[in-house]
Ligand binder design. Structure first.
Ligand code: SAM
Length: 196
């Protein structure tokens, strides 16, 4: 074996070790973002995308916005602060709920923006006129029957990044690599796409 090939092998081993360590640390960080029992890691929506979501849903001060998996509450807080709407955020993680409540205090919207700790699959959405989501493709699909069963005709659903499978969106906007989708609940959609 030549010195060169020995050096090459050592270099390769060091590189592989570094890659393994990086992947390991990455997985630990990724896992830490998941609340135990949670279905989606915490990744906040950038403010300009939050605003685009609320504009796409044409939020008015008569709307009641429910954000399922609300993180630090930014969607409900902006809906209240900029659009005068009322809303409720639901998140499994109590730390996120504390952050959301603190953000509502900062924005002086505690009368219109409420937050509850709970599982989004069990959340009450019956009074929502708008539901906002930043989840994952399979979570959207799992949630679809509940949304189509519980929401009233005319309610809107806005989703950051992920669609609803074969239920086509009414509108879709692109912001760089991000996508925002809008659906309106209709009797037809309930019949066609509401099955389990
Ligand atoms: C991608 S973040 C979105 C946060 C916020 N909606 C936003 O757009 O900035 C997803 C959030 O869902 C929460 N989450 C995950 N699984 C959940 C579940 N089963 N019930 C309630 N919240 C959940 C996570 O804790 C996290 O805060």
């Amino acid at each position: 074996m030549t010195l060169d090939s020995l050096k090459f092998r050592r270099g390769l081993s060091a590189l592989l070790l570094l890659l393994a360590l990086t992947a390991g640390v990455g997985m630990i960080v990724f896992a830490a973002q998941y609340e135990e029992g949670g279905d989606v890691p915490y990744v906040p929506t950038p403010p300009e995308v939050v605003e685009a979501m609320l504009k796409l849903a044409d939020i008015k001060n008569t709307d009641f916005v429910v954000d399922l998996g609300c993180g630090d509450g930014r969607i409900v807080v902006m809906a209240a602060e900029k659009f005068g709407a009322r809303g409720r955020g639901v998140d499994l993680n109590p730390v996120r709920i504390k952050e959301a409540e603190a953000n509502a205090v900062k924005a002086a919207v505690t009368d219109r923006a409420k937050f509850v700790q709970g599982n989004l699959f069990e959340a009450d959405v019956k009074d929502a006129t708008v539901v906002t989501l930043y989840l994952l493709p399979d979570v959207n699909l799992k949630l679809r029957p509940k949304l189509l069963s519980d929401l009233k005709v005319g309610a809107r659903i806005v989703s950051h990044s992920f669609d609803m499978g074969d239920w086509p969106p009414e509108k879709k906007i692109e912001m760089g690599w991000r996508r925002v989708y809008l659906w309106t609940v209709t009797e037809q959609a309930k019949k066609t796409y509401g099955g389990q």
